[in-house]
Design a protein around this ligand. Structure first.
Ligand code: ADP
Ligand SMILES: Cc1cn([C@H]2C[C@H](O)[C@@H](COP(=O)(O)O)O2)c(=O)[nH]c1=O
Ligand code: ZN
Length: 225
């Protein structure tokens, strides 16, 4: 068989992954790239999983209310057909699709499309959140974004769950999750009450007390655990 020589004028597909913690700007970045593709008169298809109905039934909406209409899918496979003749395919909330998303994304790219996938790289315990790590491995381009840690203001790499219960998947917003840096993230703890953003440091502990005082428990909800 003759070797394939790249001539530069053929349609070539590739995969871009945009990952990071909650509130890091993944959806905004995905929508920014898709808007630019539209300005370049490319055909764009955008998908989101049926599980994510937080802000709107079908639009993809960022925490800052940037929005774009999308097609809601219950699994990854239908995207292969629904993408139609789109040059660029965007997929948000990749962590809600199973590992079958990897084959679908690779299939779309093999057909010559630019595929942009946004999703959480870690779950609320700091574990790799499949299928995003697998997608990062096969992608041509990976962008990792950071939110601002609500405790100290450092770049946040983690999504701290602040409500009890739920399994790995628990759809939610600021009422259920806080972006936190490595130092402020507590993998096992579920903090019952969210603290005010960037609260001043708690007063020094009472040396007389053997148990945390009621006021200390009130100002630091982790002591209530
Ligand atoms: N702690 C925070 N750090 C950074 N952005 C935040 C924070 N809290 C709220 N935001 C808002 O969230 C927006 C990013 O939203 P979005 O793109 O939906 O993030 P993601 O998809 O990564 O969850 C920011 O532009 C900002 O307005
Ligand atoms: C960490 C973590 C998050 N989720 C959910 C919570 C939200 O519904 C989405 C993430 O949305 P965003 O666009 O990145 O803000 O995922 C979850 O189900 N499990 C988790 O461990
Ligand atoms: Zn911090």
């Amino acid at each position: 068989m003759e070797p394939h020589i790249y001539t530069g004028d053929e349609r070539r597909g590739w995969v871009e992954v945009v990952c990071g913690s909650m509130f890091s700007g993944k959806t905004e970045e995905l929508l920014r790239r898709l808007k630019r593709a539209r300005i370049a008169r490319q055909k764009v298809a955008l998908f989101k999983p049926a599980l994510d109905t937080r802000y709107h039934e079908s639009d993809v909406v960022s925490h800052d209310a940037t929005a774009m209409p999308s097609e809601v899918v219950h699994s990854a496979e239908p995207m292969l057909l629904l993408a139609g003749d789109a040059d660029v395919v965007g997929i948000d909330e990749a962590q809600f699709f199973g590992v079958e998303l990897v084959d679908v994304v690779e299939g779309l790219a093999r057909e010559g499309r630019r595929v942009i996938v946004a999703g959480l790289d870690q779950d609320y315990l700091g574990r790799p959140f499949e299928p995003v790590p697998q997608l990062m491995a096969v992608a041509e381009h990976v962008t990792k974004l950071h939110a601002v840690c609500v405790r100290c203001g450092a770049p946040a790499n983690h999504s701290q769950r602040i409500v009890a219960g739920g399994g790995r998947v628990l759809v939610g917003e600021a009422e259920a999750y806080e972006p936190r840096c490595r130092r402020c993230f507590k993998a096992e703890a579920v903090v019952a009450t969210p603290v005010a953003p960037l609260a001043p440091p708690a007063p020094p502990p009472d040396p007389e007390a053997t148990e945390p005082s009621a006021s200390a428990r009130a100002s630091d909800p982790t002591l209530a655990l």
